[in-house]
Design a protein around this ligand. Structure first.
Ligand code: A3P
Length: 288
């Protein structure tokens, strides 16, 4: 497989070379967004795939056919990844675009348009756990070592895709400059229907009750775990070692409690406080 061992560095962050090149990253940073574009921006493991599915169902008015027949990376392709140019369907209508890039890389290009941005964030302790397990599955990411070693790297922002803290603070800082909505993984859990209504209003396509019913069913963890177009089971084993676990792993809130020792949690809380301080996040998740 191509560039499995390569790490690309761009704007000070490391990214898997299997998916990114300097050219693909430069292309993303200078992308001519259209006013009708809708961009899902996330730090890895924050609910990206879930949001791709929700938006697919919102735009299809609840018709499950696109979500069941088209892989999510074709429905909402990754802006910075190598294959993006080939996959992005050059439709006249809205385009769904996905990105893990930080705001300081993407926002200048976005600010040239009226594109809408949906930023999804998740309790960073759960992100760290999910990301750790994903490292064991994804052959294009480095061996994470022990959970403790991984956690140290995560807190220092030395993991691939950079610092969670910088990512969240950077995108929160775009409130005035972009047409952006903030939504959390925890909110999706708590009230998927309400979140879908909020998203529909933001996108100018308020969903009908039937759309919401279909969306709730199709975007449940169980339905997505069984949908090959969303669960990444189509990716060959040389790229994702499916014997190491599933992409749709647990899908719960608070799994960190089963992974963190009291010491790890206390260390995390200290860094969180230092980094986030008064960042205005109003932490919608119970970190402690
Ligand atoms: P876990 O590893 O904690 O299970 P991303 O898509 O940003 O990579 O995030 C992946 C995480 O979102 C995984 O978390 C995955 O299980 C979870 N996820 C995806 N779809 C979900 C759904 N419908 N309901 C709950 N969690 C979901």
């Amino acid at each position: 497989m191509d560039r499995m061992e390569v790490t690309e560095t761009f704007a000070g962050i490391s990214l898997p070379g299997h998916l990114h090149t300097k050219e693909s990253l430069h292309f993303a940073a200078t992308f001519p967004f259209r006013d009708s574009d809708v961009v899902i921006a996330t730090y890895p493991k924050s609910g990206t795939t879930w949001m791709q599915e929700i938006l697919t169902l919102l735009y299809s008015n609840g018709d499950v056919l696109p979500a069941r027949t088209i892989p999510n990376w074709v429905r909402a392709p990754w802006l910075e990844q190598i294959y993006f140019k080939d996959t992005l369907q050059d439709t006249a209508g809205h385009r769904l675009i996905t990105s893990h890039l930080p705001a300081r890389v993407l926002a200048p290009a976005l600010q040239q348009s009226k594109a809408k941005v949906i930023y999804v964030s998740r309790n960073p302790k759960d992100v760290a756990v999910s990301f750790y397990h994903f490292h064991r599955l994804a052959k294009f990411l480095p061996d994470p070592g022990s959970f403790d070693a991984f956690l140290v790297q995560f807190l220092e922002g030395r993991v691939q895709y950079g610092s969670w803290f910088d990512h969240v603070k950077g995108w929160l800082g775009q409130r005035q400059a972009l047409d952006i909505i903030y939504i959390t993984y925890e909110e999706l859990h708590q009230d998927l229907r309400g979140a879908a209504e909020r998203l529909g209003a933001f996108l100018g396509c308020p969903p009908a009750p039937e759309t919401l019913g279909s969306l709730e069913q199709h975007c449940s963890f169980a339905a997505m775990r069984d949908n090959a177009m969303a669960n990444y089971s189509l990716i060959p084993c040389e790229i994702m070692d499916h014997s190491q676990g599933c992409f749709m792993r647990k899908g719960v809130v608070g799994d960190w409690r089963d992974h963190f020792s009291p010491q790890q949690s206390a260390r995390f809380d200290r860094v969180y406080q230092q980094e986030m301080g008064d960042a205005g996040l109003g932490a919608p998740w119970p970190v402690a």
